[in-house]
Design a protein. Sequence first.
Length: 172
Amino acid sequence: MSKIILIFGGITFVIAYPFFVIKYFETKPALLMISHYWLIPTTILITIFFPILYFKKLKGDQSGKSKIRRINESFWSILVGGLCSIALINAVIYSIIITTNTWVINPTKEHIKTPVIEYKTGVTSKGRRTYDIKFVQQNDTISLGVRRPYRVGEVFTKTMNRGRWGFLYSKE
């Protein structure tokens, strides 16, 4: 039981780390990187290994149940567990991409001063508010995860860094 708590504690730390350390970061390129390079391999690996894990370790005692009910329970357990595993692994990969983007010795600095064209508010499972803003920078629409609310039309001014993967970020 303590191993499971340590594993999920480590996963929670890895996922949460960039959201507390990096104040501003570009979200769209990291999601595109996951969809282009990581989504299919993680889906294939989970599709192969999760049923093996289920039948060897997770499947409980199913005596006294009809064959149809056992098959139905196994199918839904594998499907839901597999989808949750894929989501969890990709969340870890997303956080690792955002974090490793900041591991640059001499990042190139960019000064951004442009109006916000779109604004979205979200709420995390812990009740913390998240804010996403969009603005046009060099013929491209950039989405940033930020810590404070902005209004559409408000000028976003910030000196940001280009990281290892080419995404904008700022720790201040």
